[in-house]
Unconditional design. Structure first.
Length: 198
């Protein structure tokens, strides 16, 4: 099983590919790896949350903490070029909870090892005690809003809190981040417009 993450060939020092290229760009010498993943949802332009970037870049200039919903759709033709641009610009970050979700998609030891090696090349969005406290505070704020409003995936809280602490955005295809952005101070950035990707 292969994840949809895009990797850059060894010709560039940023990444080492872990599998055979399935797409390449002869003009730049880049090879893009495509893997199939079993988790995720959908995303493209910044959502309408306070502090939204007005950058000309598709997803803004802030570092982007990647949610599994974005990772699993990175191979889609509608977002592949923007993903490649963000990857080459060293804009993408991976928090430990998302890393674990991605590794969970591996169907065998070999795929797990390939994914683990590939993900090790990514910058990390740290999971600290203050990130956990911020996630809990956001959960509490949503619980006080209504009885079930706080019942969002734990990983979403942690990624939003990691982005908040780092002054980053979360790149996703999941409406939960728009809800969390109302309670926290991070930018909620859709990989593609809601409903536009499978």
């Amino acid at each position: 099983m292969r994840s949809p993450a895009l990797t850059i060939s060894p010709a560039l020092p940023i990444r080492k590919p872990s599998v055979r290229p399935c797409w390449s760009d002869s003009q730049t010498g880049l090879s893009i790896q495509r893997r199939q993943a079993s988790t995720g949802t959908c995303c493209a332009t910044a959502s309408s949350v306070p502090g939204q970037s007005v950058s000309t870049s598709r997803w803004g200039e802030l570092p982007l903490v990647v949610d599994t919903s974005a990772w699993s759709r990175a191979h889609h033709p509608a977002v592949r070029a923007a993903w490649k641009h963000a990857l080459l610009a060293d804009q993408l970050r991976l928090a430990p909870p998302a890393r674990l979700e991605i590794l969970l998609t591996a169907r065998d030891a070999s795929t797990f090892d390939e994914l683990a090696e590939e993900l090790s090349a990514w910058r990390t969005a740290p999971l600290t005690a203050s990130v956990v406290r911020a996630a809990e505070q956001a959960m509490g704020a949503l619980a006080h809003r209504s009885a079930v409003a706080h019942r969002l995936p734990i990983v979403d809280y942690l990624l939003a809190a990691a982005a908040q602490e780092a002054g980053s955005a979360v790149l996703h295809y999941d409406r939960d981040y728009d809800t969390l952005a109302e309670m926290m101070t991070f930018n909620s950035v859709w990989l593609a417009p809601p409903g536009s990707l499978p």
